[in-house]
Design a protein around this ligand. Sequence first.
Ligand code: R5P
Length: 292
Amino acid sequence: MLIIVPGPASVKMGEKIAEILNLETINVEFKVFPDGESYLRLKRDIKGEKAIIVQSTYPPQDTHLFQLYLLIDTVLRQGVKEVTVTVPYLAYSRQDKIFRPNEVVSVVTILRILEKLGVARLITVNIHESKVFQNVSFSCINLSATRILAEYFKSLNDVVAFAPDVKAKRMAEEASQVLGGPYGWFRKERDRVTGEITMNQDGDVEVKNREVVLFDDIISTGATTAKAVKILKDRGASHVYAACIHALLREDAYKKIIESGAEVVVATDTTPSEVSKVSVVPLIAQTLKNIS
Ligand code: R5P
């Protein structure tokens, strides 16, 4: 039998998925020791079941990742038949290759840990670079929430979907299929040491007097989005709306983006935040239904 094990980072999401699929939820007792270590205990033995652990790894990433590892190891020690991990936001995904000599490739290390622990399947949403899955042999499913995010802006007219960098170009293209207009993108360069960003438009999409929705996978400090919004406004876009899948919104990211001229910031609920208005729960539930 399939059962849902919601980790401490995704209790509500796990419960909602279980409700849609009519599956049992195994509650996880959770506390933090005075020194900061996590304690987890499943409310019952789940030997012989197929477990679906739901745990997003938004900040504090290391804590949420470690809790995920603890849960995987625990259910496997209990003798479950199979473990699927649903990690809507997979932390460290941007460190997906060696940019500077001798540095870590964090996301590959995480995937290798999941492999060593013995997961059968990973389900995630809009991972920064899906090529990293080539490093492991278990099944990895990368869902795209771009279309459901674009649906949020469906009432706008004469819309250009835009990407702040080449990596997000595919998102803008996918969103434009929902929004019915053209798509454009910038070429972004980021200084790997100082973090400074430069951006130039590629292609020739006109934004003057048009509505623009800017799509990116992640908003962290907001520097990328704020810079792109400002350029689009300077070029005469009537309104610019900022959308992302994973809203990390560190420091004063939200303020920065609004002050740069954006009307709103809208994200999915892969990471909980005030702007997480679009839920990926139905998308994940449908995927789990298809593979079970
Ligand atoms: C980078 O390639 C990502 O797709 C995002 O554009 C980036 O992580 C956003 O970071 P920030 O909000 O700090 O500029």
